[in-house]
Design a protein. Structure first.
Length: 275
């Protein structure tokens, strides 16, 4: 990678970090910026944005504050995305490390299981799991993680296959270290960083999947969600397009921020170390 390309990616990473910081503050400060239940009715339905200071972004078809729904929806979106990414990375790292270190029929079986999950589109798998388990935050996180863990698993396995043949691992075996201790102390610290670079991809996909499930009516109806708000605006798209445009813009900016931040992290990880 050229120095100019690396500088552009680092700049993009800083832009992404700023966007994500804004969403993180919105999520953390939502109870203070918009206290009370965001699903409660506060005024006349379909008030247009910037026409009433009490509801700066207007109201939806039921008279709920769109700004409150956006702020509290960011909490739902970020919580689901980060939890799903953590679960996917944890499961993928465990499966990949076990396959790479064990080898033989264990490696073969785990890789066939990984390939089986990869053959099913992630959104269809999430749709099936949430349809069966019911719409809740826990089921949505599990459904998204179920479709996202194979990527980290394959990457960690490839790293482990390379690391396990190095001299320091052979030396650890020679002095009688337990295989689990070798995996935890010697192998995983080197195998995990490349997989961490996938977190931005998983988080961006999780944001879109959560919104899509809510759009289809499979989100948790008791919490605010951007996808549900976009779906709410379908019926009045011609007369009140802002009802879909506002949460849709928030969704695009959030995914863009995650993508740009991921580019910056990848540039940092791939930058040469100057001694």
């Amino acid at each position: 990678m050229s120095a100019a390309a690396g500088d552009f990616r680092l700049r993009d990473g800083r832009i992404g970090a700023v966007l994500l910081t804004g969403f993180a503050f919105a999520a953390l400060l939502a109870p203070f910026l918009s206290p009370g239940d965001p699903l409660s009715i506060v005024g006349t339905p379909l008030v247009r944005p910037f026409t009433d200071a009490a509801v700066p972004l207007g109201t939806d078809r039921l008279g709920r504050d769109v700004l409150a729904l956006i702020l509290h929806g960011s909490r739902t979106t970020l919580a689901v995305a980060l939890a799903a990414a953590f679960c996917a990375l944890a499961v993928g790292a465990a499966v990949g490390a076990a396959a790479g270190l064990a080898g033989g029929w264990i490696d073969e079986g785990l890789m066939r299981l990984t390939e089986a999950f990869q053959t099913v589109p992630g959104f269809l798998l999430a749709l099936a799991i949430v349809s069966v388990a019911g719409p809740s935050i826990a089921s949505i996180v599990a459904a998204i993680a179920a479709g996202a863990w194979p990527g980290p698993a394959r990457l960690v396995r490839a790293e482990v296959l390379s690391i396990r043949e190095r001299d320091f691992v052979m030396a650890a075996r020679a002095i009688g270290m337990h295989p689990f201790e070798i995996a935890w102390r010697e192998v995983l610290p080197l195998a995990l960083p490349p997989a961490v670079a996938l977190v931005s991809v998983i988080v961006a996909g999780a944001i879109l999947t959560e919104a899509a499930l809510a759009f289809l009516g499979l989100g948790n109806p008791n919490v605010a969600s951007w996808g549900a708000l976009i779906a709410e605006g379908r019926a009045v798209l011609r007369t009140a397009p802002f009802l879909s445009i506002v949460p849709g813009t928030a969704l695009v900016v959030a995914v863009l921020g995650v993508h740009l931040a991921g580019e910056g992290i990848a540039a940092r990880l791939s930058a040469p170390v100057h001694r």
